[in-house]
Design a binder for this molecule. Sequence first.
Ligand SMILES: Nc1ncnc2c1ncn2[C@@H]1O[C@H](COP(=O)(O)OP(=O)(O)OP(=O)(O)O)[C@@H](O)[C@H]1O
Length: 312
Amino acid sequence: MIEVKNLTKQFGHHLAVDDISFSADKGEILGFLGPNGAGKSTTMRMITGFFPPTAGTVIIGGSDIQTDSIAARRKIGYLPENAPVYPDMTVSRYLDFCAAIRGFSGADKRQRVGETIERCFLGGVRQQSVSTLSKGYKQRVCFAQSILHDPEYLILDEPTDGLDPNQKHEVRLMIREMSASKVIIFSTHILDEVDTVCNRAIIIAGGKVVADDTPDGLRRRSAFHGSVALTLTGDAIDAAKARLEEMAGVASVSAVAHDGDRCTLRIFPDDPDVPIADRIITAVGDDDGLRIASIFVEQGRLDDVFRDITTG
Ligand SMILES: Nc1ncnc2c1ncn2[C@@H]1O[C@H](COP(=O)(O)OP(=O)(O)OP(=O)(O)O)[C@@H](O)[C@H]1O
């Protein structure tokens, strides 16, 4: 369990993190979202003991990051923003060095490093100097050092930043695979990533937690959640629209696009959780010459919800 209580960070007169509290348990993959400068990296730096908070506490598996720092940090794997890795070392030497710092030696160390290199697909560059690696590979090397000791708590600051789509996919898979036995917190600007990887999302804006929900729960906050986009072709669209407006369970119908004899209607239900698409198809089907070109039930888009929440 990770417990963050009333965490606050003041840089001079600037309040970067303002009284953040949350806790996360094993199996949770917690996405940290927020606009630029919201306070995500600062929060992660305090959680990992990179710098102390102005106020508040962080307890990692029972160990306080400030008063029992070494015990707390032993349990953490941390991928900082921009993947700081020693440029003059080879990949193999760097991971060897990280493993030694983590207390591994001899055959155990060799095995850890070997397995991690394999797991992070770094075999092809293991003897290459870090300074000659591409941005994506540097990111992978830094990711490798964060999981080397199989930590229970994994704090990843934009882990897929700079990776190509295949590498992004691999990292997301790895995060999901590891999640059962860990608490994983990672920040990202990619909302799709939250959907595919996380089972919980915290949105931070202006240093405060402004939403804490499942990705599905966030989507349900969209004004469009449960609405139906219906595209019709034919002459009798106005009659169909009138009929839909009278239908039980429909709150409103609006024409959102019109092109010749083709029209898209957006139908808002009274209750977004009561499906109405079947009844819409039946109601429209009564009109001669009218054809349904497409029908789509909107689940709500995370980027719309994110914008609404973070811009107030
Ligand atoms: N060491 C520092 N000294 C002074 N101000 C800082 C320091 N570190 C961060 N800040 C400020 O704190 C605020 C939060 O920064 P932080 O890096 O945590 O944001 P973020 O949410 O991670 O942003 P991004 O998505 O752009 O990475 C910003 O206004 C930033 O300028």
